[in-house]
Design a protein around this ligand. Sequence first.
Ligand code: D41
Length: 673
Amino acid sequence: MMTISNKIIQQIEKLRAEINEHNYRYHVLDAPIIQDSEFDQLFKQLKKLEEDYPDLIQADSPTQRVGATPLREFHQVKHEKPMLSLENAFSAEEVVAFDHRIRERLEINKAIEYLCEPKLDGLAVTLLYEKGKLKYAATRGDGETGEDITDNIRTLKMVPLQIRGKKYPQRLEVRGEVFMPKAEFIEFNRLALQNQEKQFVNPRNAAAGSVRQLDPRMTAKRPLEIYFYSIGIFSGVDFPLTQNELLSQLSEWGFRVNPYRTVSQNITECLAYYDKIQKVRSHLPYEIDGVVYKVNSIRDQTELGFITRRPRWAIAHKFPSEEVVTIIEAVEFQVGRTGALTPVARLQPVFVHGVTISNATLHNMQEITRKDIHIGDKVLIRRAGDVIPEVVSVVLEERSAKIIPIQLPKKCPICYSLVEQDPEQAIARCTGGLICEAQRKEAIKHFASRRAMDIEGLGDKLIEQLVDKKIIHTVADLYFLKLASLINLERMAEKSAQNILEAIEKSKKTTLPRFLYALGIREVGEATAKQLAYYFTDLEVLYKATIDDLQQVSDVGPIVAKHIVAFFQEKHNRAVIEKIIAAGVHWEKIEKTETNRPLAGKTFVLTGTLMSMTRDQLKEKLENLGAKVAGSVSNKTSYVVVGDQPGSKLNQAQKLNIEILNEASLLNLLNKK
Ligand code: D41
């Protein structure tokens, strides 16, 4: 047993405190005082120390946000104090009537002060802290009972794992709204579409779906944020006098509160606030559906009390819904990079809050069936903020006799190849591959994109023109573009043409991960491309890899492996790659030395709980040493690591005569590497 010096303990505690404080400054105050790189340094130092002294890892360390294993299901949590809901007002008259009722009840003749804040359109959650530490987090559910989402909420960096400061309630329950900012939502959907994963209908659903992931590692990847607006349990310190002071106090304790909150002296000021927020609404980075007014004095709040599930002292003043009715004139199918067909409704144009809408996504055929949408239907359209408009529902009462069902075309609308319906994914796909002009355009756009070959200035419109005019057919043709053919294009000055050629030239120096990602192999995103590059190090080796070989790479399952093999077997693809390389595209060779990947080729399976580190930490360690960590035992398994309370994998290992490592022998092995 190693003795751990006080010095190390102090060093770790100091680092944790510093990191927490910088996190607070960054996320809660939005006023960081150090560079991201300096922050990363501190974080790495802490991680390193905790790796060296795993006994000193604590659940509330900033390094321990992600790591729990996936749940089978969510546990129900009964709220000690019910989570109330809000009364809605849709007009100034209703708001004025609310103020009257309050003054009557309180028998006050003068004006009442209100705390005003935006009403976020997200998911209400509650977090309980005991002795300053995050104990659990739950969804609102029906207000009485919610679901335990602790592991997921912990992954939000702006959620304190430990209350800031020294003086705080013994037990404190804070309540707020989890949401996905608009820009992050759009980017998330763009990537989901590219990787053929499920897209979300709107930011609200995206937030709800992300919070309800059984695997916290998935939630950790989602760009979620939170604003806190109220409390539940509160014991041990004096209660603030006003709602506004309560929010300031929450902020002091490290909880992020909305910077747009303000105190209005009377209800007229509340209405002015409503107008002001409505004007900035489209510029806010997140969706809101109105504003909330709350009686500022906590004493008055207590006196007013509740009616059934609603406080008498608060009201939501909703913005008029951005939903309008129009008619679907036609439905077209757009073809994506991998051939996926997306139905898009062409609408009779309507004007909604400053923009004309003439298209709306119908998502996929399942959605069309579910919503029972036909061509000629009168439909309700929603423009949620800046997000792609969608058809909410059909106005069935006004359905005409002349509606036409929407049919998935049997052939691709662009290249006339057969359309194939993927039974599981609800995705219909053009089978034309690179014969299909639409797929080729999308493939070239992807190839040139920032995270792929990063060809600056080669935008979508330009690529479409180049393909339409048959100047380029494949990505390889980009490297043989001539100034003359570029200058002939619409709106193309010689200088910009020159810049594009230079950007293409510059892109020739790349990296293998980028190049693999740029190829646009199905299901091979950036992370997988990187893993493939580091595992195989060489394109020639990757060409020859079998489905089995490929599955040695972590995160590559049988389906991805099949896509990769199919891609490289296609002669056309090999020819395009060869042409690109002949044109001078190159990358630095990835060195695969014995010293940095001593466990290459070894496959580990983990079962049971370890004392010194979490499963994820071990997985990362092993993978960094070149090993693969698999989910089940087979005769390819090199070692089975057995912790406390192992599962059936131990039996399987014994049956197959596979070497078993207990924690001590594992650490021994790792230390020697
Ligand atoms: O931004 C919000 N969505 C929001 C929701 C807010 N700013 N304040 C709220 N205040 C309350 C009370 C007054 C009951 C504490 C709320 C909600 N409730 C709420 N969110 C979901 C249900 C109720």
